[in-house]
Design a protein around this ligand. Structure first.
Ligand SMILES: Nc1ncnc2c1ncn2[C@@H]1O[C@H](COP(=O)(O)OP(=O)(O)OP(=O)(O)O)[C@@H](O)[C@H]1O
Ligand SMILES: [Mg+2]
Length: 424
């Protein structure tokens, strides 16, 4: 194997013996090579910038600059070099902090040669996949800008798309209730689009007939579809909102392209003041179109380390797509659910505010589901409903009464000092 194709690794540890041992182990692998070694964080930063290694092995405790600080700097300045943290057992708080600093993987000392080699391969593969996936996205940003400039200056509805890079965080629940809340508070027409094309479950959540029309009814005729045809496949819900359902079978999803979706969303925003779009965790053309078309992307997350990791990746994608800071807004769902990390830690780590939070209230949600009614209607006075109405008010541009006070109260009620790895 030519040297240029090998995985180039930077070893950072203040103990010379450790550096040598690691280098030896790496030397046994035909597809790996040592790009450099550093005895401290400062040197690591300099070498990382110069060598741009494929993988960095980083010790935590080092005399000059510690591994966490170095990781923070490197993950911001050389993001293409993923970092594997090395730490001794019992340093769980360090692990938590280094994860927040941007490390991608951990090795707990003492680790075996296999664990080391597997971790390097794993992190390197993931980085390759990430790059391959996001590289083609860049031109889309240009297209989008051109499209936006050409858009007519008539007043159109606001498209609000929900996204989360991870499943099961509450996208569908929050999107559905937000749509109803927006309709109730603004009394304007609202349409909820089940853009989770292969996995749509809004029909089930809203108790809709299995025979109801769906977007699949447009397959084969998207190009000729006009506003009246789109209107004819919307389903009226008892809450007053309209719903565009996802195909009944996942196979149909392949027949719906990004261009089709864009066409339908543009038609919907002519008639509806708010177009709320649920999506699914994918960086494919269909979902990216739903995000491109949106005025606001609500990026839903739960305060867990896995969620944070995925949101970080999503924020990199968002940057490549050229979305503004205002367009992508973080929403922390199940905000007070235990086993999580602090919102302030997440904000510091991502360098972004979390402007919206929604409390965890499984009991209310279950009661509402059993009654077949969105909770913003059946349990209007619950805190979780209040949080949704406050989100709706912010999106509708209305002032929110005593919002700061309410948010502060919630923060205080949430148990602090939770350990990331403690619950595992
Ligand atoms: N604020 C909340 N408090 C308590 N439970 C919640 C909250 N939000 C969502 N849930 C629960 O989390 C589960 C997942 O919610 P939901 O199906 O809306 O997530 P999703 O992100 O759409 O999932 P999927 O990836 O499967 O589409 C549901 O059981 C839901 O009731
Ligand atoms: Mg869902």
């Amino acid at each position: 194997m030519a040297d240029g194709e090998k995985i180039r690794i930077l070893i950072v540890d203040d103990i010379a013996d450790t550096r040598e041992n690691l280098a030896k182990l790496i030397g046994f692998e035909p597809d790996m090579t040592v790009a450099g070694t550093a005895g401290g964080g400062q040197e690591a930063v300099t070498l990382a910038k110069k060598e741009r290694p494929n993988v960095i092995l980083m010790d935590i405790n080092m005399p000059d600059m510690d591994g966490i600080t170095a990781t923070e700097i490197i993950s911001n300045t050389v993001p293409e070099s993923p970092i594997i943290m090395m730490s001794v057992q019992g340093e769980q708080d360090y692990l938590r902090r280094s994860m927040l600093a941007g490390a991608r993987e951990f090795l707990v000392k003492p680790f075996s040669a296999d664990e080391l080699i597997n971790a390097i391969r794993h992190v390197h593969e993931l980085e390759k996949v990430r790059r391959a996936r996001y590289a083609p996205l860049a031109p889309a940003a240009g297209t989008q800008v051109a499209g936006a400039a050409a858009a007519p200056a008539v007043e159109t509805g606001k498209i609000i798309s929900f996204f989360s890079p991870k499943g099961g965080v509450g996208r569908t629940t929050i999107a559905t209730n937000l749509a109803v809340a927006l309709h109730q508070s603004t009394e304007k027409p609202v349409v909820l689009v089940d853009g989770s094309l292969p996995f749509g479950d809004i029909a089930v959540i809203l108790n809709m007939s299995p025979k109801a029309k769906t977007i699949a009814d447009l397959i084969g005729s998207f190009e000729q579809t006009d506003a009246d045809v789109v209107e004819s496949i919307l389903v009226q819900h008892s809450t007053g909102i309209k719903v565009l359902l996802a195909p009944p079978t996942p196979e149909s999803t392949e027949l719906i392209t990004g261009a089709h979706i864009k066409h339908v969303l543009e038609i919907l925003r002519q008639r509806y003041a708010y177009v709320i779009v649920d999506t699914w965790p994918s960086y494919g053309e269909q979902v990216i179109t739903m995000l491109d078309a949106a005025d606001v992307v609500l990026s839903l997350m739960t305060l867990e380390i896995t969620s944070l990791k995925n949101i970080r990746v999503f924020m990199e994608v968002v940057e490549k797509l050229g979305y503004s800071q205002d367009k992508v807004q973080l929403v922390a769902n199940r905000n007070d659910s235990s086993g999580g990390i602090k919102a302030s830690d997440v904000e510091a780590s991502l360098g972004r505010k979390i402007p919206h939070t929604i409390v965890s209230d499984g009991r209310t949600l279950v009661l509402a589901v059993n009654r077949g009614v969105p909770f913003v209607i059946s349990h209007k006075d619950s805190q979780v409903s209040k949080d949704i109405f406050s989100l709706a008010a912010k999106l509708a541009g209305a002032p929110v009464a005593s919002e700061a006070g309410a948010a502060a109260g919630k923060q205080a009620a949430r148990p602090g000092g939770l350990k990331l790895f403690g619950a595992r």
